[in-house]
Design a binder for this molecule. Structure first.
Ligand code: PMP
Length: 412
């Protein structure tokens, strides 16, 4: 076992105590949870926020004049303010609660598509997008006849920026790109892409599902026009996510779904819509989820991004070194600016077998196509193994992974 060498002051043992699930065993072994890019575990404050609200403050929001409804509404709207501060948005009108990144991107394809995209207009994506940032645009292509263009990825996992420059034309209306790849870990140069898009009068949408959990994300600094993320990847609950958009653009976009909450006045002849952000929030929102998400964001705030980022960078570096030393192991994504993800294959062993055998050792990693089949095609593989880290992971867990991989390798 390698001692924790900490270039920072994160008290990992204390942090681990905040996450009850980390104390459990699987197959009689301590859980080593390295599937954080799929979803993170939840601290006690988030679990507590959910049960507290159901115990003490549960009532449907916005419509009620009674005490509990006002209390639940206050918690929900305070959560919106917390998210606004968290992403550096100018106004709470710009924070739309959704079910997650996927719904935020579908909202964009439908509603931005309706307002801004005509036949022949171009949407630029990249080869490293998650299916959530591909399929909604393909559905729109079928409806609208838009064109999709794809920025290629280099061998080391960077965007080919010269190609991006060429692919963006005066017909480009939107560039939609992940901030951090869920497979390669590459941190994309969002400000440069924003400048390229804006120079052509296009907008930039950022899929921040894999960046928001690991670094401070400020929409003004990124200079993007829209940004999407999921609560469950940032220590919050499932079922809640966010779409941030520039107010002037959201104003021009039609509602995504119809129903309660999003209307101002309904008659059978004509309906007028609520102001932002409610225009995009049809139906009872996940007000318990928003409150619990706010408590996750407050938890991160208490620890501080600097310490989280330093710890995760240390883990990623350490994991890359340990795994690269295993004979026959290939790491996908070797850019210097890289998030807390290491994807790999070992020659002669299927990733599924790796994942299954590690699981028996109590080590949870993800295997498969990671919802990024075009990217896996680019690397001529159908499957990869992926270890991904969070603030509560340790070097000792990476040792367990490396030792587990060595054991599996010797079995083949
Ligand atoms: N984009 C990226 C980059 C992701 O990693 C994920 C989740 N794996 C998503 C989008 C979709 O997120 P969700 O399933 O929470 O909607």
């Amino acid at each position: 076992m390698v001692q924790e060498s900490t270039p920072h002051t994160l008290d990992i043992e204390a942090i681990r105590q905040d996450f009850p699930i980390l104390a459990r065993e699987v197959y009689g072994r301590p859980l080593v949870y390295l599937d954080n890019a799929a979803t993170t575990q939840k601290p006690q404050c988030v679990i507590g926020a959910i049960s507290e609200e159901y115990r003490n403050a549960n009532a449907n929001v916005h419509r009620g004049i009674h005490y509990l409804s006002r209390q639940a509404t206050d918690l929900h709207e305070a959560a919106r303010d917390a998210v606004r501060r968290f992403v550096g948005a100018a106004s709470r009108a710009e924070i739309v609660f959704t079910r997650g990144t996927t719904e935020s991107l579908n909202l964009m394809a439908t509603s931005y598509g309706e307002a801004f995209l005509r036949e022949g207009d171009e949407v630029v994506l990249t080869q490293m997008e998650h299916h959530s940032n591909i399929v909604p645009w393909q559905l729109l292509r079928q409806r609208r006849g838009i064109k999709l263009k794809v920025v290629p990825v280099t061998d080391s996992g960077a965007l080919d920026m010269a190609a991006a420059e060429r692919l963006m034309t005066p017909r480009t209306r939107l560039v939609s790109v992940c901030h951090v790849s869920n497979v390669l870990g590459t941190v994309n140069p969002i400000r440069k892409l924003a400048a390229m898009a804006h120079a052509r009068g296009a907008h930039l949408l950022v899929d921040a599902a894999q960046s928001v959990p690991h670094q401070s994300v400020d929409v003004r600094k990124l200079d993007c026009d829209f940004l999407a993320f999921s609560g469950h990847k940032v220590y919050g609950p499932t079922g809640i996510g966010v779409l941030w958009g520039r107010e002037d653009l959201l104003e021009k976009m039609p509602p995504y779904q119809g129903g309660g909450e999003m209307i101002s006045r309904v008659t059978f002849e004509r309906t007028t819509y609520e102001r932002l952000p409610y225009k995009f929030e049809a139906g009872t929102p996940d007000y318990v989820g928003s409150h619990a998400l706010a408590s996750a964001l407050a938890y991160i705030d208490r620890i501080g991004w600097e310490r989280i980022a330093a710890h995760e960078a240390d883990l990623t570096r350490y994991a890359s070194e340990r795994l690269a030393a295993i004979p026959g192991l290939r790491i996908y994504g070797t850019e210097a600016d890289k998030g807390a993800v290491v994807s790999f294959n070992i020659e002669g062993i299927h990733a599924m077998d790796l994942g299954t055998l590690l699981d028996r050792l109590g080590i949870a990693i993800r295997t498969g196509h990671h919802c990024a089949q075009p990217l896996l095609d680019r690397y001529e593989t159908e499957s990869m193994a992926r270890a991904s880290f969070a603030l509560y992971n340790t070097r000792a867990e990476i040792d367990a992974l490396a030792e587990g991989l060595e054991r599996v390798r010797k079995m083949f």
